[in-house]
Write a protein that binds this ligand. Structure first.
Ligand code: HEC
Ligand code: HEC
Length: 197
């Protein structure tokens, strides 16, 4: 390929790229959403919002935001946070062994899988991972669903309560659930390798 042809091609690519970027910022109506539209910025402080006051057991579950999205917390979390090393109230109701009797959704099987397992196994072989005894003990507990994967301990990192805040820009995203059942429960564990193999 000649140098001239290459230059020509990159010019076409640059144009296509610019066209793509333009389309991403203009909404359906053709109105361009600016950075300022998306934040309070110069409009002052945001209005006060309220979180759900319903106690666990009295709240209505939300539909999932999309298939296998982390469910939103429908109940009040007052008094349940902060989650600390020695105190995680969420587990007291959401561990599979107790969830049913509490009327709560049990934590799914994905929360009992250590996705870094293979890495840790390699590190243990290379004598680079020190806490082998504690790790093995945890694996046994996880297999019995008596302990969760360490990455899942801080629930509110992924699960959040909802406030009655009015969105500044309307959200037109509409989730598509392949199975209507997925509107209220997760099947991620079954589909973990979807699109990977
Ligand atoms: C006293 C028991 C209890 C505690 C403690 C508790 N929950 Fe819940 N949780 C429930 C119940 C019961 C539901 C079902 C909705 C309802 O009735 O409030 C629920 C629903 C949820 C849901 C929605 C599940 C779904 O299927 O849509 C999430 C997410 C959740 N809780 C996360 C948490 C987190 C995170 C914590 C800790 C900060 C926590 N919960 C603490 C009882 C509890
Ligand atoms: C790293 C992010 C992350 C953390 C941390 C996390 N979750 Fe989840 N959770 C998810 C995602 C994503 C899903 C949906 C997909 C799945 O099943 O894994 C989910 C699903 C759930 C569900 C719904 C299960 C179902 O069958 O529909 C419950 C209940 C839940 N989590 C509770 C908890 C609790 C309690 C904690 C803390 C002990 C926690 N989660 C920590 C990401 C997280």
């Amino acid at each position: 390929m000649t140098f001239k042809k290459l230059v020509g091609m990159s010019a076409v690519l640059a144009m296509l790229f610019a066209a793509g970027c333009g389309a991403a910022t203009a909404s359906k109506s053709g109105k361009v959403v600016t950075e300022a539209d998306l934040s309070y910025g110069e409009r002052g402080t945001p209005p006060k919002v309220e979180y759900s006051k319903a106690a666990p057991g009295t709240a209505k579950r939300f539909q999932r935001s999309y298939e296998n999205a982390p469910p939103l917390i429908p109940h009040s979390i007052e008094g349940l946070v902060p989650i600390t090393l020695n105190n995680n109230a969420c587990l007291g109701c959401h561990m599979p062994s107790v969830a049913k009797s509490m009327g709560a959704t049990p934590m799914p099987p994905t929360h009992f899988k250590d996705f870094f397992f293979d890495t840790k196994k390699k590190l243990i072989k290379q004598k680079l991972y020190e806490d082998v005894i504690a790790y093995k003990a945890r694996l046994t507990l996880m297999a019995k669903k008596e302990d969760i994967a360490p990455q899942r301990y801080n629930c509110v990192q992924c699960h959040v309560p909802q406030a009655n805040a009015k969105p500044l820009v309307a959200n037109t995203f509409k989730p598509e659930f392949r199975n209507p059942e997925n509107k209220h429960r997760s099947t991620l564990n079954k589909n973990l390798m979807e699109g990977v193999k």
